[in-house]
Design a protein around this ligand. Structure first.
Ligand code: ADP
Length: 214
């Protein structure tokens, strides 16, 4: 089963992906995370990606395709995937059909998580993540067993360099501008479902489960 989560920054794509992985045994694919790994490598390509991510702009399609294809082959997940942050434009959506076709797989559900910009901004500014197990927290909401450390694996939590107000604004606006054609693309294929981001992650997930299980 392949699920695409479409949602602006901080609507909860990462969190809902974790829940989908737990429930359905599929593999989480976050292009943002894959690109952040390359960005941290210190190579020329890595430094280029880091600079684009920091500004909140989109990384070139060809770079994303190469990184994603490598990851898909490496993981070789027969159960399928949840795609978080990909596709972000129609060119990427077409490429995804092609890549999945090579694995004899297809897109089954596209879930668009809606959130107002104001709420997304608040969530972004409070967000801290675990670099080791990818758990996501919000400093305004969660309590920590050891201050500044992950409740699940104990690693030191970090704030993403792009989780500031200026970069958030660019990311949100860029996202909305590019993603509308992607939404139209999947709607025309009859694959699109809409869900409103709820205050509690379990409530949002309940709606997503309903879409998948009917
Ligand atoms: P968010 O959804 O919170 O912006 P992501 O982790 O999905 O976070 O993406 C972070 C950054 O990584 C984006 O701002 C962009 O620079 C880059 N990125 C991620 N996915 C893609 C993609 N599919 N195409 C181009 N750039 C991407």
């Amino acid at each position: 089963m392949n699920i695409i989560l479409i949602a602006p920054p901080a609507a909860g794509k990462g969190t809902q992906s974790e829940l989908l992985v737990e429930k359905y045994g599929i593999t989480h694919i976050s292009t943002g995370e894959i690109l952040r790994e390359i960005a941290a490598s210190g190579t020329e390509l890595g430094n280029y990606i880091a600079s684009i991510q920091k500004e909140g702009k989109l990384v070139d399609d060809e770079i994303v395709f190469k990184a994603l294809e490598t990851k898909l082959l490496e993981l070789n997940s027969v159960n399928g995937h949840v795609f978080d942050g990909f596709p972000r434009n129609v060119n990427q959506a077409i490429k995804l059909d092609e890549m999945l076709g090579k694995l004899n797989q297809k897109v089954d559900y596209v879930i668009y998580i809606e959130i107002e910009k104001e709420r997304a901004m608040q969530r972004t500014l409070g967000r801290i993540t675990c670099p080791k197990c990818e758990a996501i927290y919000n400093i305004y909401k969660h309590t920590f067993e050891v201050e500044g450390h992950c409740n699940k694996c104990g690693a030191e939590l970090i704030k993403r360099s792009d989780d500031n107000e200026e970069s958030f604004n660019t990311r949100f606006d860029t996202y909305m501008k590019n993603v509308q054609p992607v939404i139209d693309y999947y709607e025309s294929k009859g694959l699109l479902h809409k869900v409103k981001a709820q205050e509690e992650k379990e409530d949002t997930f309940a709606y997503i489960k309903e879409i998948i299980e009917g």
